[in-house]
Design a protein around this ligand. Structure first.
Ligand code: BG6
Length: 522
């Protein structure tokens, strides 16, 4: 039987302590943000709405401007009209002209091919003009929202046009979107390529999961509370389950997804962020390198898989047609730009182990996929059962282990399950839950998830961005899986119906060890 014990606010809700630099009014550095891929989806859906949210929170410098670069021929006026339209659809809050118009009037457009040298000559001219008009002090933030094959090229061209040099007190920073490489070798090559032009502290490899409040809160939860850290280890934790489930299919991105698949798309980046924040040792400070040193260490401690391990500890799946949230949907192979006999996986489940003193032998079960029954991302910590001793001569048949669930999205919060006596003359136990909901406690602050990341880059704080060694450590873990999967193409695809929790093998991965995936609906 399940009951719910809600956490009461013993006192009126205390507003969280906001770090000095995030207090409204503490604006980021003046700068021009140059978006390569200016006419693309990311700019209209996330970046511009995020800039608007920053502007209305007074976190953007008044001396700020944006230059979008794209191949589509249009004028700045036309670009502004388009962005203005897009904002009606993608803004996360109602758009107030008083906040929007000043930002819109500082957006410019440059027609150009990212591979063409001439684009950078014209960019330089436009930057000089915009910098002078908006007094942005020569600080330039380049946002690479292009197709990944252009990342190296854009950086090389910026270098050749001397647009990446930092001198006379100004800064030049580059945000690089994912995917950063498509395997270990290509990530290494890309790192080498960009490191020829940029210093590591100019490079901001973005992972939008780190922009999520709930992901950032994992560290705060672990290290600002005295009661969890002593039990956060192999002595008390039986296993950890990480689920990142999506109901959507590939949403017209079949072209990209065919070359990527669920493993590359989600694991070395988003899922490894969740793992590293959940398992890293306490850093000595919140300084970018202190935090990232610990993250890199834990990623390097993930046990490398032999080909045999890959066969035993990894599961891949591809959805066929089915029903998701009451809608009949086609199978992956019928999606646009997907081969009719595609071998690309849309689901992956793994059992990972971490070879260090804190985590030795604790399984980390991970699953992610498209067209699953629910959209949910969470980290569930399953503790060891209490000894049964006390209950031997009672009607109690078994004890439910404690479970702490960190809900990343969409229903953000944290819950702790524990056993309680069900009222009545017989000794019976029920599992009850203490539940904390972000929205109840803090209200909801609609955001795109990019606000904090853009702001951090503008103030030069790289804590929430990936360092070269972290990216390479992540790829090193998944490379053996990529290799074995490539050598042995799947023979049973599609192997799960859209709307199911992945293929049966994904359940067997846990069940043969006496575990089972947590029932997320309970
Ligand atoms: C992206 C992946 O990085 O993350 C997508 O390329 C995925 O395939 C998306 O849908 C998930 O992000 P979120 O924030 O919706 O969990």
């Amino acid at each position: 039987m399940k009951t719910m014990a809600r956490v009461e606010h013993a006192e009126p809700a205390v507003p969280p302590t906001i770090p000095e630099r995030e207090r409204p009014g503490k604006a980021a550095d003046p700068c021009v943000m140059v978006v390569f891929g200016g006419t693309g989806d990311l700019n209209k859906r996330k970046l511009i709405p995020a800039l608007y949210n920053l502007a209305t929170s007074n976190l953007l410098a008044p001396e700020f401007a944006v230059i979008g670069i794209g191949r589509t021929v249009m004028t700045t006026e036309e670009f502004r009209r388009k962005i203005d339209q897009d904002m009606r659809q993608f803004a996360t809050v109602p758009v107030e002209p008083a906040g929007w118009q000043p930002l819109l009037s500082r957006i410019y457009y440059l027609v150009g091919d990212a591979q063409d040298k001439d684009t950078y000559v014209r960019l330089r001219e436009l930057l000089e003009e915009v910098d002078k008009n908006h007094r942005t002090r020569g600080n330039y933030l380049y946002y690479l929202a292009t197709a990944p094959e252009f990342f190296g090229e854009v950086v090389r061209q910026l270098g050749a046009a001397r647009l990446a040099e930092e001198r006379d007190g100004h800064w030049r920073r580059v945000i690089i979107e994912k995917p950063f490489g498509h395997d270990l070798d290509s990530a290494r090559v890309l790192n080498r390529e960009i490191n020829r032009i940029l210093k590591e502290n100019q490079i901001y490899r973005i992972d939008h999961y780190l922009g999520k409040e709930t992901v950032q809160n994992i560290l705060v939860f672990r290290f600002s509370n005295g009661i969890f850290e002593p039990i956060w280890n192999r002595r008390y934790i039986d296993h950890v389950e990480i689920t990142v489930a999506e109901t959507v299919g590939v949403e017209g991105r079949g072209g990209y997804y065919e070359g990527s698949g669920a493993l590359r798309d989600m694991v070395p980046n988003h899922i490894f962020q969740l793992i590293s924040l959940t398992t890293m040792e306490p850093p000595i400070s919140f300084d970018a390198d202190a935090v990232r040193d610990e993250q890199a260490k834990i990623l390097r401690a993930i046990q490398p898989m032999s080909p045999e391990d890959v066969l035993n500890r990894s599961v891949r799946g591809q959805y066929g047609e089915g029903v998701v949230e009451g809608q009949r949907v086609p199978g992956y192979r019928s999606e646009p730009h997907v081969a009719p006999d595609s071998a690309t996986e849309t689901f992956v489940a793994l059992k990972l182990l971490i070879d260090n003193w804190r985590w030795a032998d604790v399984p980390f079960y991970v699953r992610t996929g498209k067209r699953l029954p629910r959209r949910v991302s969470e980290v569930a910590i399953r503790f060891r059962r209490a000894p049964f001793v006390l209950f031997r001569k009672t009607p109690v048949e078994r004890l439910t282990p404690n479970e702490l669930v960190i809900r990343i999205q969409p229903d953000e919060g944290i819950s702790l399950r524990f056993g309680a006596k069900i009222p009545g003359p017989l000794l019976r136990l029920g599992a009850v839950k203490m539940n904390f909901d972000y929205a109840d406690y803090f209200g909801s602050t609609p955001s795109t998830g990019y606000e904090r990341l853009l702001y951090d880059c503008m103030v030069g704080d790289a804590t929430l961005f990936q360092r070269a060694d972290m990216v390479e450590a992540g790829w090193s873990v998944v490379q053996p899986i990529i290799d074995v999967w490539r050598a042995l193409p799947p023979r049973n695809f599609p192997n799960y119906a859209a709307g199911a929790w992945g293929p049966k093998d994904g359940r067997d991965l846990l069940e043969r060890e006496g575990n089972h995936w947590r029932d997320i609906d309970s």
